[in-house]
Design a protein. Structure first.
Length: 249
């Protein structure tokens, strides 16, 4: 079941990781195993998450990045699983991609412990309860400060008459633009990230940016149109969601 929303592999890039970390040892909050895709293929690295940024360790070399040095952030969930004797054994997957201002792209894909759910319950969208995810909370320590910085930058850019690119969507002072369609802020009725694990409409499965907006003469007489974009196609997705919430009021 994995891979509904997977983004194309980032371009292969050299990985400059010289320099010494400048964060205090007491500020580290956890470590994420991660990987880099480069000219020699994929290799494992680690990301130590600090209060003020991350430290990338690649072999014997390390580099510290402040949150302001994160150029883009992608995140999404997935679920992997298998059927066995009338039950579904599933595990949540958490993916985080960071692109730094020096061009380095680092990814981390981690799984929570598996849980077991009777297959009939699974097919109605219900899952057996699982303990809170330590992985998700550590990834949140990365995404929260980066989102706040990027949101402030995006608001200042739009206020100055500029535009912000969120993958296939472009934000301007008057609204969003997608594939030649202008979507004024005030017409957007819903904009959110969500993950759907089972649906009769298989095109909507997985982690998506889901948007609904008002239109005149919509399909089948509905006065609304919808966008469903894979989450990993939208950099800084949470920034876009919050921009929309603030501007559509």
């Amino acid at each position: 079941m994995a891979g509904w929303w997977r983004r194309k592999s980032p371009p292969e890039k050299g990985v400059p990781v010289s320099g010494e970390p400048n964060f205090s040892a007491g500020s580290v909050r956890g470590t994420l195993p991660a990987h880099i895709d480069g000219p020699g293929g994929r290799r494992g690295v680690t990301l130590a998450v600090h209060d003020d940024g991350v430290v990338l360790t690649d072999g014997d070399e390390r580099r510290a990045y402040q949150w302001s040095e994160v150029a883009h952030l992608w995140h999404a969930n997935d679920m992997d699983g298998e059927a066995a004797d009338g039950v579904m054994i599933t595990k949540w997957l958490h993916e985080l991609l960071l692109e730094f201002t020096d061009g380095t792209v680092v990814g981390s894909l981690l799984a929570d412990p598996p849980v077991t759910t009777p297959e009939p319950a699974f097919r109605t969208g219900r899952l057996s309860p699982s303990p809170p995810s330590g992985i998700a909370s550590l990834m949140q320590r990365v995404s929260t400060p980066v989102t706040e910085l990027h949101l402030a930058r995006a608001k200042a850019t739009l206020a100055a008459g500029g535009q912000m690119i969120f993958g296939p969507l472009t934000a301007t002072a008057d609204g969003l633009h997608h594939d030649g369609t202008r979507i004024p802020w005030h017409t957007i009725t819903s904009c959110r990230y969500s993950f759907v694990i089972f649906s009769e409409d298989e095109e909507e499965l997985g982690a998506m940016l889901r948007m609904e907006y008002e239109v005149d003469g919509g399909a089948h007489g509905f006065p609304f149109a919808w966008l469903r974009i894979p989450a990993l196609d939208v950099p800084d997705l949470e920034v876009l969601v919050r921009l929309t919430e603030e501007n559509r009021a």
